[in-house]
Ligand binder design. Structure first.
Ligand code: PMV
Length: 349
């Protein structure tokens, strides 16, 4: 049994209610490919966002068997309820009393629905935080640092990238030689003061739900012809990214951001079942960003998640010029612009 869950094995469930808010995060070095049970094939590092987040209220009560009801923005959602149910069933070997819980979840995203921003990191970490709060209610052992480690461990089991949303600022996940990190949970990374208020303006090129899930994408790395080179590249980029974050070298950081974004999508383009998530407007925006950077020498860089939307990353001190460029030149290529920045992490409400 995992030592993070051992104190709760023999807990006696009672009724309890908890509300948490948890943010999305954007990976600078991407987790793409798994090993074992929800363990990453390479280390990743991300920035936690401030405005894009999920608020979740969970009511735990007693029942003869495990039931889960979930409302997203006030509407019953069977698909997400089933996802949480399977997740909790997976924990039953270690926490057998879960089979006597009735779980009612009310959840809402603060970022507009259907913007194509990955909501699994914020959504699943927010639910897990309410669950870890419940564990704490059943047995209040341990300090806040252990609470967060447990929340990160349990979030990883729900969705890999969710484990990084437990901390604010910049967060690493996955065994590495350079910093003290683990495959089992994420840990915060200290960065140079110049990067402490980095901006992320999200260009929503398409808000349509993608037709290939991240789960399928991770799976395709299993027999991918370039998997080993990709993992080697990700390890090297992780190490360089941590150095750039610590030294405040925005140019070095920007280069890694863009390489990682394009490598992630190159993996999709070259898998045994190839697929393309980029849209013509994604490419048009990348061209415009490169032109802008060449002409102005301003540090504006992009990264991508597993979708067509661009995260535009730049230091706050250049915000007025860069934001003007984004609204004047790039808004015609997008359905929506979300003005976000680095955030401080989840909050109990
Ligand atoms: O956490 P998952 O299984 O949805 O995978 C996330 C993968 C990426 O968002 C593409 C990269 C990352 O590290 O967040």
């Amino acid at each position: 049994m995992n030592s993070l869950l051992a104190p709760y094995r023999a807990a006696v469930p009672v009724a309890f209610e908890s509300s948490w808010e948890s943010p999305a995060n954007i990976a600078f070095v991407k987790y793409w490919g798994k090993k074992g049970h929800q363990l990453p094939a390479n280390p990743s590092v991300s920035m936690t966002l401030k405005e894009c987040k999920t608020s979740t209220k969970t009511k735990f009560s007693l029942s003869n068997n495990l039931t889960v009801e979930l409302k997203l923005d006030g509407q019953k959602n069977e698909r997400f309820a089933q996802k949480i149910k399977s997740y909790l069933e997976g924990l039953q070997t270690e926490l057998p009393w879960i089979s006597n819980l009735s779980v009612e979840i009310e959840t809402a995203n603060t970022f507009p629905h259907g913007t194509g921003i990955a909501s699994s990191a914020s959504g699943l970490s927010a639910f897990v935080l309410t669950f870890v709060d419940y564990l704490k209610h059943l047995n209040p052992e341990g300090d806040h640092a252990l609470f967060l480690k447990r929340a990160s461990y349990l979030s990883r089991l729900a969705s890999g990238s969710a484990c990084r949303s437990i901390y604010g600022g910049f967060v690493a996940w996955g065994d590495s030689a350079q910093v003290e990190t683990s495959d089992l949970y994420a840990s915060p990374v200290d960065v140079h003061a110049d990067l402490a208020s980095l901006q992320d303006t999200v260009l929503v090129v398409s808000g349509k739900e993608k037709n290939v899930s991240s789960r399928a994408g991770h799976g395709l790395m299993g027999d991918h012809p370039f998997a080993l080179s990709r993992f080697a590249q990700a390890n090297a980029n992780f190490s360089q990214c941590i150095s750039a974050l610590k030294s405040g070298d925005i140019e070095a950081l920007g280069k890694i951001l863009e390489t990682e974004a394009l490598s992630l999508h190159a993996m999709m383009l070259t898998s045994s079942t190839p697929y393309i998530l980029l849209k013509p407007n994604t490419l048009a925006a990348i061209d415009a960003i490169w032109d802008f950077r060449r002409e102005t020498k301003l540090p504006l860089y992009f990264t991508l998640d597993a979708g067509p939307n661009l995260h535009l990353i730049y230091p706050e001190e250049f915000k007025s010029k860069i934001f003007t460029f984004i609204t004047h030149e790039l808004s015609a290529l997008s359905e929506q612009i979300i003005d976000d920045k680095v955030g401080t992490g989840p909050r109990k409400c």
